[in-house]
Design a protein around this ligand. Sequence first.
Ligand code: LLP
Length: 428
Amino acid sequence: MSHFSYRNGVLHAESLALSEIAQRFGTPTYVYSKAALLENFAAYADACKKHGRATAENALVCYSVKSNSNLAVLNLLAKQGSGFDIVSGGELLRVLAAGGDPRKVIFSGVGKSREEMQLALSHDILCFNVESAAELKRLNDVAGELGKRAPISLRVNPNVDAKTHPYISTGLKENKFGVAFDEALAIYRSAAILPHIAVVGIDCHIGSQLLDDAPLLEALDKLIELIDTLEDEGIAIHHLDIGGGIGINYNDDQPVAVGDYLGRLFARIDAWRAARHAGKAIAVLFEPGRSIVGNAGVLLTEVQYLKHSPDKNFAIVDAAMNDLMRPAMYEAWHGVQTVKQDGADVRTYDVVGPVCESGDWLARARELALAEGDLLAILSAGAYGMTMSSNYNTRGRSAEVMVDGDQAHLVREREQAAQLFALEKLLP
Ligand code: LLP
């Protein structure tokens, strides 16, 4: 069920009119629905329970912080028992500030620094997802200096085609992520004898915005094959991390339902464990981002000017590529809805921002009835919206508001220009 819908001709977030939010907090503003977030998280948690995995030791959802890292979002999910997938020391500090449990944190990323390793080790995180032999060596050294053993998974690149946008596909052998499937065994062997490394799991993440789960199940089969080989060699694997990647509906997309995907995944895992491991369970980890937060947010913006040229109609709005990068970066399609439904003069518009780049567009060739001052909602903007935003053109980042029923909570203030150059200094 969508938590953004028209009531009496006005688009609402849950029970609150978006026009009221614009009036109170201004625009551009990211607006999130708490109910949508909880519902999306529950799709994972409920499927885990349904398939006999009721505790964090059996199945753990590690929400991918990079998709939306607002403290209120992280705190809400932490309270549901969520773990977190991080890719920087900064994200770890956010998770801690939001009340997240470091023992439910997994640390991905190809370029972890020594300082980031130290920070994560000092908080006893659940696992490092190691992406190269060089990183493994460094992690062993850093853990040794701290007198610790670092728990690790190798991020294995299963070389399956996720059939998604090339910029967000990560599981092919030409991608920079993970270690090649054929090299994984040798690296595991070396990890198993390093004094400050504890092999605990195996990991992959093949890409993002996947509409079909077939590539994920194919990746699972490759991981299963490797786990059996490792266990034959006496290297025990306690958890299997299948990554994130389930897509959402942007433009008549029909992503697989989370419950169906998890059902198929657990069925395969259970059949394998029964056949090869006398039914002994293995913990399963997930790293979803977009499927939890993507459709739980919109970007609310106001039409500043309408510009009609002989070839094109432009709606110039107060949000721009610095607020929502996805169209400029991936030619991503986001739905656009007017907050008030009553416009009569329908024309074909490009919705563009004030930034001085031709690439600064949010939507192209949309049939809209617009007047100056109208409010628009850019849909499905909850994931990789605010987190990818920038201050280009010295534009302060948007405010963020979370709606709960008919209440709106400001969860991030709008940035003011003076804050943007506060760290800068003149020459002496
Ligand atoms: N785990 C790892 C290791 C990842 O790299 C990612 C996303 C995720 C989990 C979460 O994937 P999700 O469930 O959200 O698909 N900026 C792009 C998406 C980049 C995804 C990067 N990795 C976009 O706006 O579409």
